[in-house]
Design a protein around this ligand. Structure first.
Ligand code: NDP
Length: 295
């Protein structure tokens, strides 16, 4: 039985996009041009194509320019680096996103290092990682920033709360832990070598699951009333009709009977990622033009 409040990421993302659209209109008035996001796609990975299309559509819907650049899967790395260099110097481009994963013959770290950190709206450049770790203004990866927005909307101040982040990837787990630390949580980062994961999770007021294992976190692992953020997106075959369905890293049925609040999958964290990307882009546009932005 579901007793937890359901955290509606879809609705929150809609509100965030409306705020970005207002800021984009005011930016256009002050700057005499629209803010712009460049998205670079290398190759024809179907999932990446869908992400890039959605990003482009939502960027335009917020009143910003969307510049899409496609390179063939066998393009030399030097071509991608040259494109990044060109976008770094293009005054119409405020944010640059290189869609990952890149083909095997390309070095992702090298490509990310080539981005101008002040246009790195994904927040993956080591300069932005360092800024996050030291509390300086920069860009924070979109998915964990979206999770913190949902948590603050649900709980208000996070100060003093015990948080457990399961997963330590550069894209989700590590920045998530940094953000929670910046909110004055007591943070534990769990991973595949963590002993007695259920015991670790049971201490937490906030649980963020970013593992990539379908329905791994169960209700009996949770402290009653805990707030659960499920980042996982896993496609699994449905027992009933053989079609596939999306599930998170948390077993929603058992967890929602114990948690105080929980994000569903789909409709929780997922919709936040692009909305935060648009937010990061409008922030970049203002900063790069030396304009103030009310946040
Ligand atoms: P990674 O595969 O990069 O990282 C997974 C992490 O989980 C690793 O740190 C790994 O530990 C840890 N882990 C694996 N197995 C276990 C286990 N049995 N117990 C505890 N920890 C474990 O994944 P990502 O961080 O990129 O993504 C995580 C999930 O979030 C995925 O389902 C992904 O699809 C989803 N995702 C959703 C997004 C969105 O909503 N928009 C965006 C990004 C990701 P170790 O380091 O020791 O190997």
């Amino acid at each position: 039985m579901t007793t937890a409040s359901i955290i509606d990421g879809k609705a929150f993302a809609e509100t965030l996009r409306a705020r970005v659209a207002d800021a984009a209109a005011s930016f256009a008035q002050q700057a005499g041009r629209n803010a712009g996001l460049a998205v670079v796609l290398v190759g024809e990975d179907p999932a990446s194509q869908v992400y890039v299309r959605n990003k482009g559509r939502q960027t335009l819907a917020c009143g910003m320019e969307s510049f899409e650049h496609k390179l063939p899967a066998d393009a030399p790395e030097a071509d991608l680096l040259a494109l990044v260099e060109q976008l770094n110097g293009d005054p119409a481009v405020d944010g640059i996103l290189v869609q990952l994963p890149l083909p095997r013959h390309m070095d992702e770290a090298k490509v990310i290092a080539a981005l101008n950190p002040d246009k790195d709206v994904d927040g993956f450049h080591v300069v932005n990682v360092g800024r996050l770790a030291t509390g300086a203004p920069g860009f924070v990866p979109c998915t964990p920033l979206g999770c913190v927005m949902l948590l603050k909307d649900q709980l208000g101040s996070l100060s003093g709360l015990d948080a457990v982040v399961i997963g330590r990837s550069n894209i989700v787990g590590k920045p998530m832990a940094q953000l929670l630390l910046a909110e004055s949580c007591t943070v534990t980062v769990a991973h595949s070598r963590t002993r007695d994961l259920a015991d670790v999770v049971r201490r937490a007021d906030i649980v963020v699951a970013a593992v990539g294992r379908p329905e791994m976190v169960r209700g009996d692992w949770l402290k009653p009333g805990a707030t659960v953020i499920d980042v996982g997106i896993n496609r699994v075959p449905a027992a009933e009709d053989g079609k596939s369905r999306l599930v998170g890293d948390v077993d929603f049925a058992s967890a929602s009977a114990v948690a105080g609040a929980i994000t569903p999958v789909p409709g929780g964290v997922g919709p936040m990622t692009i909305a935060v990307l648009l937010r990061n882009t409008i922030v970049a546009a203002h900063r790069n033009m030396g304009l103030a932005l009310d946040e």
